[in-house]
Design a protein around this ligand. Structure first.
Ligand code: NOJ
Length: 461
């Protein structure tokens, strides 16, 4: 498996997100986001950890981009903190925030790295949450205004845009499970949020197409997708796996590609008075705003079985309308978060997208793993290095599956490792490490990991 096995134009990158790395949450006029609020509520995050300082990337971006350059990537995916450039989320623009992203973009371009920008990676300005956030349909226009500002100020140099990152997580982890900001546990709020995220995605695509820089730009949404497979041969488990697929994957894929919601899930939500607030033409409008690619974040597969009656109110069941649980096959390898290592799942997903969504171009916008990273070794060139052989294998095997999917006719043209740096893994705090580089949070020193060195060598050859 070599870089040259894939197209010369293939985009190789690493990815990050604003709240997970920037820190400097009160600097230069940045307004608060729902993650500032949520992470400061006692008990919401591991050890009460917040993104206040994170990787201090706000100050260390030049150093970090030097590492990016040494990796040899040709693209870098990062997100804008909406409240850095519009502190309330609407109205006044904060020029100091615009300046920061101008510096970031220019620094990347100087190093020959293409900036690829996510508009929304979960850090909604608190000023908009105060009006109901994504549950209030007005936010669709607020997002369109914010997107327009970003295109206007950065679109002369940024040609790759992602509208939303993992709307499933923003909707359901944030508003049904309550384990992410804003910490709401209400199924009707969650489905409303999901619908407005989809609508605002479509509006942001439309605004880009009509913007002066629209012609040179590529845009898509980023979904977290999982092959959902039954835990046994039973018809019950198979039916549950289909439902899980509707909820995890089709809830966002079908509106994007088929102008509908999957009927089985729609009916489940309707049965508890939580159907999304769809207005006439919403779905045809969403599908009509054609994207240039689908962004796919792939981490693991879901192995599904029917829940027993006594499990229906347990912690593993999201809601009684979803009568299944996720199981962990014995003997399989798992990451430090407990996600099964299943590289073949990426190929399965890509083939499914080929067959179900009209074979759109695809970017793997995130793929990576959290491991313990306990062992350090001394390297003559790179100094103190993390011996993360498990992550090397993880990345290698996933790239191998992408290559096989391309051979099978899938149109994949980008791969981003999650993540450039160890960073703030949301409610899990800092103990789950995904980086190609280790961050010592006390000194803000960065260290190479073997996976970073492997990626560099792979990209060089
Ligand atoms: C997906 C999210 O986009 C990212 O923010 C997160 O850190 C990774 N998955 C790992 O969980």
């Amino acid at each position: 498996m070599q870089r040259s096995d894939l197209s010369e134009k293939f985009l190789w990158g690493a990815a990050t997100a604003s709240y997970q790395i920037e820190g400097a949450v009160k600097e230069d006029g940045r307004g608060p986001s729902i993650w500032d609020t949520f992470s400061h509520i006692p008990g919401k995050t591991a050890n009460g950890e917040t993104g206040d300082i994170a990787c201090d990337h706000y100050h260390l971006y030049k150093n970090d981009f030097e590492l990016l350059k040494r990796l040899g990537v040709n693209t870098y995916r990062f997100s804008l903190a909406w409240s850095r450039i519009m502190p309330q989320g609407y109205g006044a623009v904060n020029e100091a925030g615009i300046d920061f992203y101008n510096r970031v973009i220019d620094c990347l371009l100087e190093k020959g790295i293409e900036p690829a920008v996510t508009l929304y990676h979960w850090d909604l300005p608190q000023g908009l949450q105060d009006f109901g956030g994504w549950a209030n349909r007005d936010i669709v226009e607020r997002f369109a205004e914010y997107a327009e500002l970003a295109y206007k100020r950065f679109g002369d140099r940024v040609h790759h845009w992602f509208t939303h990152n993992e709307p499933w997580v923003a909707s359901f982890a944030g508003n049904l499970q309550g384990r992410h900001a804003p910490g709401i546990k209400n199924i009707a709020v969650a489905t409303a949020v999901s619908h407005h995220l989809l609508l605002s995605h479509a509006r942001a695509v439309e605004v880009l197409r009509n913007s002066p820089h629209g012609k040179d730009a590529h845009v898509g949404a980023v979904l977290n997708l999982y092959p959902c497979v039954p835990a046994s041969d039973s018809e019950d488990d198979a039916a549950c796996a289909r439902l899980a697929d509707s909820f995890q994957n089709r809830w966002f894929l079908d509106p994007l590609y088929k102008a509908s919601y999957p009927s089985d899930m729609y009916e489940k939500f309707e049965s508890v008075y939580a159907a999304p607030p769809v207005q006439q033409n919403d779905l045809s409008y969403i599908t009509a705003q054609k994207t240039d690619f689908l962004g796919v974040n792939y981490y693991f597969r879901k192995v599904i079985r029917k829940a027993r009656a006594d499990e229906l109110s347990g912690p593993d069941v999201l809601h009684p309308v979803l009568p299944y649980v996720e199981t962990k096959p014995a003997g399989a390898p798992y990451t430090a978060i407990g996600w099964e290592v299943w590289p073949e799942g990426l190929k399965d997903l890509l083939i499914r997208i080929r067959d179900d969504c009209g074979n759109p171009p695809v970017q793997i916008t995130e793929n990576g793993a959290a491991f313990e990273d306990a062992k350090m070794t001394a390297d003559p060139v790179y100094g103190e290095t993390v011996a993360d052989d498990d992550r090397v294998d993880f990345i290698k095997n996933h790239i191998q599956n992408i290559s096989e999917a391309i051979d099978a006719g899938c149109r994949v043209h980008a791969y981003y490792v999650w993540s450039l740096l160890d960073n703030y893994e949301w409610a899990r705090g800092y103990s789950n490490k995904f980086g190609l580089f280790k961050v010592d949070y006390k000194t803000q020193q960065r260290y190479w990991k073997k996976s970073g060195i492997w990626y560099k060598n792979f990209l060089e050859n």
